[in-house]
Design a protein around this ligand. Sequence first.
Ligand SMILES: Nc1ncnc2c1ncn2[C@@H]1O[C@H](COP(=O)(O)OP(=O)(O)OP(=O)(O)O)[C@@H](O)[C@H]1O
Length: 268
Amino acid sequence: MATDVHRPVTGNPSGPDAAGHPRETATAVRVDGLTRAFDGRPVIDRLHLDVRAGEFVALLGRSGCGKSTLLRVLAGLDRDIEGTVLVPRRKAVAFQAPRLMPWKRVWRNVLLGLPGKPERARAEQALAEVGLGHRAQAWPKTLSGGEAQRASLARALVREPDLLLLDEPFGALDALTRVKAQRLVDELWQRRGCAVLLVTHDVEEAVLLADRVLVMDEGVIAHEQRIDLPRPRDIADPRFAALRAGLLERLGVEAPAVASPGTEAHAA
Ligand SMILES: Nc1ncnc2c1ncn2[C@@H]1O[C@H](COP(=O)(O)OP(=O)(O)OP(=O)(O)O)[C@@H](O)[C@H]1O
């Protein structure tokens, strides 16, 4: 396939411009005419995407439409592409499976792959940020599913990313743990100010967390929805329900009926 033009955005995309002014509209990700084919069949087909520095973007789409492929390309894990992909040098990715090495203690897992000889204190700080400071010495097999997922997040955070790529990070968690993990990601994003691209199947999660929700279809971004609700978001807010219903419709899923204010829904 044609040239690999994956290259980093030079400098810190969220840093000040030459005159020292903050870049309100600085770009974290710029994708232009991206195509990725498997066995001659394009899964991504001349796709365009811009993500602003510090923006939280959620990516929805039916199973197999190419969401994970796009994320892997942005992460630099798949370079067999055509088109232009500009991403920050500092980026990190967390997958649905936490992918911890069972023979390394949690803190060593957090530092895995970092260049040089990174200090344990850095791992402990990242673990503390996700509420796992007390498990730094633990072996991965002793962690619960939610804890393992948080350790995986700490491994991403320790890289101090300008772009955090999350591929269904909450997909395997039970409902309560999932809600807690979503809150944690919301807090971390607000504190860190990095751009986030979250691949998810969950429309509610997308509306809960993102500034902008993208729907991928036929290899391109087929629909875009800005979410202008104040944070933290209230799923009982009728505007929330309307946005969720609109996106579900886009995905070809019928939205559940929403009780109008002042009424109660009763099972027959
Ligand atoms: N290494 C590969 N070799 C061949 N085909 C692949 C490869 N990776 C992905 N594909 C195909 O590309 C398409 C998109 O896959 P991808 O994993 O990106 O979809 P997705 O939208 O993330 O799906 P899901 O929501 O089910 O995780 C699928 O048809 C998949 O079979």
